[in-house]
Design a protein. Structure first.
Length: 288
């Protein structure tokens, strides 16, 4: 019973962080149906309803939020133990999180970030959510705002600019039609801005930024969209079709845990990320 409870509490923490069965099940290497049964077991074991099953996923109830708060020390200790055990049994691991646009940029310069001779592993996590560095979910986070939490260190990077882009061969009429992220998936400032300003002129909506970029480059829907200039200006498949949108311009911060930033592998990866951004993006450095 105690072993099952501990396992299910860990699964609860993962589901609370992810919000959806599919993503949490993937992280836990089990099926969504299995995870659902485990959450039902946990609710029976603790005698509390922890989640509301909603259309968008699993939302914590008030009791669920209380349980999450009570488990915070356990979560930090467990994450620290996993990292300690990992360091004992294999090469050190550095977990890097960034939004879709920034991760696309990093992938374009992966040769400068990861070397064959490195004595550590790197895990790149694409997420629009603000993953918790203090709880050891990640080691390095690329964020669009400075950290407010105590115990985190950060470095400000150059600003990112946004502008409208269309497929390179599109005619001028295309500039008045738009492609964007559907409202239920619009979690970034740029995607919400596009909905507010041009939602009525949209001819196509998608669920992810990766799909938006692919569609835009292919000329799908014969429309324009908003992109960070560090992607739009470097793609031969696209052309800029309007000025920089000044109200979307913002800085980015690379953020680390104050206790872990001095580890050789974390320091090296942070330095490489900063160098690549400052060298290749200039004023276009930033996050969505």
């Amino acid at each position: 019973m105690k072993v099952r409870l501990l396992d299910n509490l860990n699964a609860f923490l993962v589901l609370a962080a992810c919000g959806t069965l599919s993503e949490a099940a993937q992280r836990l290497s089990c099926s969504p149906a299995t995870l659902s049964r485990r959450m039902q077991q946990l609710e029976e074991d603790v005698g509390l309803k922890l989640f509301d099953r909603v259309q968008a996923g699993y939302a914590l109830t008030e009791d669920g939020r209380d349980v999450l708060e009570q488990l915070e020390p356990f979560q930090c200790a467990y994450a620290g133990f996993e990292q300690w055990l990992s360091a004992k049994s294999r090469k050190p691991q550095v977990r890097v999180s960034a939004g879709s646009w920034t991760m696309k940029f990093l992938s374009m310069h992966i040769g400068a970030l990861c070397k064959p001779e490195d004595g550590f592993e790197v895990v790149f996590i694409t997420s629009e959510d603000r993953l918790n560095i203090k709880k050891r979910e990640i080691d390095i986070g690329l964020r669009s705002s400075a950290p407010a939490e105590i115990g985190l260190a950060s470095k400000r990077l150059p600003p990112v600019e946004f502008a409208p882009y269309v497929a390179a061969g599109a005619d001028a009429a295309v500039d008045q039609r738009w492609l964007g992220i559907a409202p239920e998936y619009a979690t970034t400032k740029s995607s919400r801005w596009l909905l507010e300003q041009h939602g009525s002129e949209m001819v196509m909506q998608v669920s992810s930024q990766h799909t938006l970029l692919d569609m835009l480059c292919a000329g799908a829907g014969a429309g324009a969209s908003i992109l960070p200039s560090f992607l739009g200006d470097t793609s031969p498949q696209l052309r800029r079709c309007g000025p920089v949108i000044e109200e979307l311009t913002k800085h980015q911060w690379v953020t680390m845990h104050d206790d872990r930033r001095h580890l050789p592998e974390v320091r090296m990866m942070t330095d490489r990320i900063v160098h690549v951004i400052e060298q290749h993006r200039g004023r276009g450095a930033g996050a969505v």
